[in-house]
Design a protein around this ligand. Structure first.
Ligand code: IMP
Ligand code: MG
Length: 182
């Protein structure tokens, strides 16, 4: 385990099982000629999750990317969601989007993005998150596909960062408080 972690919350194997289960749910829900599944990765935190998820999906799947900023350098959210990289496709009205997020905290990012992509004209919009911290919600929001609900702790690894660090860890761990409360 990395020295800055207090404990491992989800091992590599647990994350793998969770992602297999979600891939199965997407396979089931988006099968059929009338569906066109497009995973929208929210950079950068979701990149590892989406990479694994797309490999496990067996039906045809396309990918795309968006980037938003809501967090500054630390562990507290700023409350507003800015789109830094937008979805640039012209065929949104034919796309069944599934927004792929690493973690839901206040709920603001996904609440904002799903409304935004619906208004932009997507055929359908659903949301998928690897981790969910329901105790932290500031706006009412529930994802359609949830990997695992976790307690109110700051976690890193499997794409999630603190100050751009720890993204490459192959598991999810709770960051020691002393690392960010200095
Ligand atoms: P929300 O808009 O407050 O739901 O925040 C979602 C975003 O906050 C995620 O995409 C993460 O980038 C970030 N975030 C929230 N909690 C954590 C955490 O425990 N570790 C790392 N990033 C987090
Ligand atoms: Mg993030």
């Amino acid at each position: 385990m990395h020295k800055d972690l207090q404990e491992i919350l989800l091992s590599e194997q647990e994350v793998d099982e969770i992602i297999s289960r979600i891939a199965g749910e997407l396979d089931r829900d988006y099968a059929g000629e009338d569906k066109r599944l497009v995973l929208v990765c929210i950079l950068k935190g979701s990149v590892v999750f989406m990479g694994e998820l797309m490999k496990k999906i067996t039906i045809p799947v396309e990918i795309d990317f968006m980037r938003v900023s809501s967090y500054g350098a630390g562990t507290e959210t700023t409350g507003s969601v800015n789109i830094i990289l937008d979805l640039l496709r012209k065929d949104l009205d034919q796309c069944d989007l599934v927004i792929v997020e690493d973690i839901i905290d206040s709920g603001r990012t996904l609440a904002h993005l799903s409304r935004y992509l619906q208004l932009k004209g997507a055929k359908s919009v659903r949301t998928c998150t690897l981790l969910d911290k329901p105790d932290r919600r500031e706006v009412e929001f529930e994802a359609d596909y949830v990997g695992r609900e976790i307690p109110d702790e700051f976690v890193v690894g499997y794409g999630l960062d603190y100050d751009e660090k720890y993204r490459a860890l192959p598991y999810v761990g709770i960051l020691k408080r002393e690392v960010y409360e200095k």
